[in-house]
Write a protein of this length. Structure first.
Length: 212
């Protein structure tokens, strides 16, 4: 008697990959909702409507609304910094790297920008009241300061910058970016995108005595 054919079981990891992709799609939808409605206005129902994923599944993924918000903030920041890391790896000139960092932040702060600047501002507000979020925001700040400090260090090593102290200068530059990014995000007519970029690059060139 012949043995009936048996079907080959699907690899166990496929379901996990699909679930992982679905969760990533949910987080991207949550980031869009956060940018539009703010943290206080973001509910499971809103993310469900934006993602097409049932509320019950969102509760299974994240447990609570607060955990969903924190996961969405983290996804937004990690996605942006990973993308910027890849871009900067292709930019050999230290000054050009700093310019790219400046432009990335300011682009996200355009009033019509769909997500990044608004989500970043929301993360500050939420982090003031939530300890886990506060630690995430501080970790993000450290990642951005490291990118800036590494570029400054490379410029000093190559002689492109005649002055500089990487760590404190990175704090100053990032603080200036935050300071000019907020009125830009609010649409202050005195701080256009072009003006903000000009002020940042001029101040940074003076600070580092950059030869351009």
């Amino acid at each position: 008697m012949s043995t009936p054919p048996t079907s080959t079981p699907a690899p166990a990891h496929r379901g996990g990959r699909r679930a992982g992709r679905r969760k990533t799609d949910v987080l991207q939808a949550a980031v869009r909702v956060l940018a539009e409605r703010g943290a206080e206005g973001t509910r499971f129902q809103d993310v469900s409507a934006a993602s097409g994923v049932p509320v019950s599944t969102l509760q299974y993924y994240f447990g609570s609304r607060e955990d969903l918000l924190i996961a969405a903030f983290k996804h937004a920041s990690e996605t942006e910094t990973a993308r910027l890391h890849e871009e900067l790896a292709q930019v050999p000139d230290p000054w050009d790297r700093l310019v790219r960092i400046i432009e990335t932040v300011l682009e996200g702060c355009r009033p019509e920008a769909p997500e990044s600047g608004r989500v970043w501002i929301e993360s500050w507000r939420y982090g003031m009241r939530d300890e886990e979020m506060r630690q995430d925001v501080l970790r993000d700040y450290n990642a951005w300061r490291t990118l800036i400090a590494d570029a400054i260090r490379a410029g000093m090593d190559s002689g492109a910058f005649a002055a500089g102290d990487p760590e404190p200068d990175a704090i100053v530059i990032l603080s200036l970016l935050d300071g000019i990014g907020l009125p830009t995000a609010l649409g202050d007519p005195a701080v256009s995108m072009a003006r903000a970029r000009e002020l940042m690059l001029t101040t940074m060139a003076r600070l580092l005595q950059a030869s351009r």
